[in-house]
Design a protein around this ligand. Structure first.
Ligand SMILES: [Fe+2]
Length: 297
């Protein structure tokens, strides 16, 4: 899997070699190693005209990321890439929308949600398909940054099934990988909300193996946060000292009075991270709202 399981340093060095060959200069200084952008629930459809709000929101978000004075070291789209059931045309449209990030050399990591179809996703975005999957039938990855390691999980159990599942094999892989990479804060990303720490209203549609996951995460003190989408809302919770971030959808919300669309910037510091919410509505109270997250010791 070319981008997943690739350290930022290796990625930069590959870019550096390419830049040297082309004679272009590599603006590695323009990358902020402590900055990560989190998007989720892009829900791009084949049939969306370019003027529709859902693709326009993703275009707006990508333009904002590319306009940052220093670019994020990683951009993560945390599942539900496709509109409803993961059709070929959905991913073709998504590929066109994310092309500016790829062309700018931004490290982009795509995750699976319950509205995705992993096989169709691989057929369209062929470079995402690993030659030898580390977890069978799951799209997972590790991103190693200066200030944190990001563990990207796949909670897609079945397309169009609201509940999510990691499964035993993925949990075993995660356990080994967490123990191998315990030198930095670990942040765990998956599309589905855990059935812990948050809003019980959403628990039935969340991650079926939340308890086994937490049995892996809680005793490993370097695990600091779990980040998910799926609910199309913004909330901050915690369970056993692990922050649980429910990050806004880029696409749409069910109730515009209660929620809105946007994305999240995570900036790491020595003690934790700052989560900044950005919204497509410039005057929304969440726009530029900063939440300080202190890592557990
Ligand atoms: Fe979802």
């Amino acid at each position: 899997m070319p981008l997943h399981l690739t350290s930022r340093r290796q990625f930069i060095s590959r870019l550096g070699a390419a830049a040297a060959l082309s004679g272009a200069s590599l603006h590695s200084a323009d990358v902020d190693e402590n900055l990560v952008a989190v998007l989720n629930d892009t829900h791009i459809g084949a049939q969306h005209p370019e003027s529709a709000s859902i693709p326009a929101n993703l275009r707006h978000t990508i333009a904002a990321l590319l306009a940052l004075p220093r670019r994020p070291a990683a951009v993560i789209i945390n599942g539900d890439l496709a509109l409803k059931d993961g059709r070929r045309g959905d991913y073709e449209h998504l590929a066109r929308l994310i092309a500016p990030l790829r062309e700018a050399g931004v490290a982009l990591h795509l995750g699976m949600g319950n509205h995705d179809d992993r096989e169709i996703f691989y057929e369209v975005l062929q470079h995402e398909k690993p030659a030898a999957p580390v977890v069978e039938s799951k799209h997972v990855g590790l991103v190693r940054l200066g200030g944190a390691n990001l563990f990207l999980l796949d909670s897609l159990k079945a397309t169009m099934l609201t509940q999510g599942l990691l499964g035993e094999e993925q949990l075993q892989w995660l356990t080994k990988l967490l123990d191998l990479h315990n030198d930095k804060p670990a942040l765990v990303f998956a599309h589905h909300n855990p059935r812990l720490g948050g809003d019980p209203l959403h628990f039935p549609g969340g991650l079926e193996d939340s308890e086994p996951l937490w049995q892996v995460l809680a005793p490993r003190r370097h695990v600091k946060a779990y980040i998910h989408g799926h609910i199309h809302h913004r909330e901050f919770h915690s369970h056993e000292g692990i922050h649980i971030l429910n990050t806004p959808a880029t696409s749409y919300v069910a109730d515009k009075k209660a929620s809105t669309t946007g994305w999240t910037l995570l900036r790491f510091n020595d003690q934790g991270a700052q989560a900044t919410t950005l919204t497509h509505l410039p005057d929304h109270p969440w726009n530029n709202a900063v939440t300080d997250l202190a890592w557990r010791t």
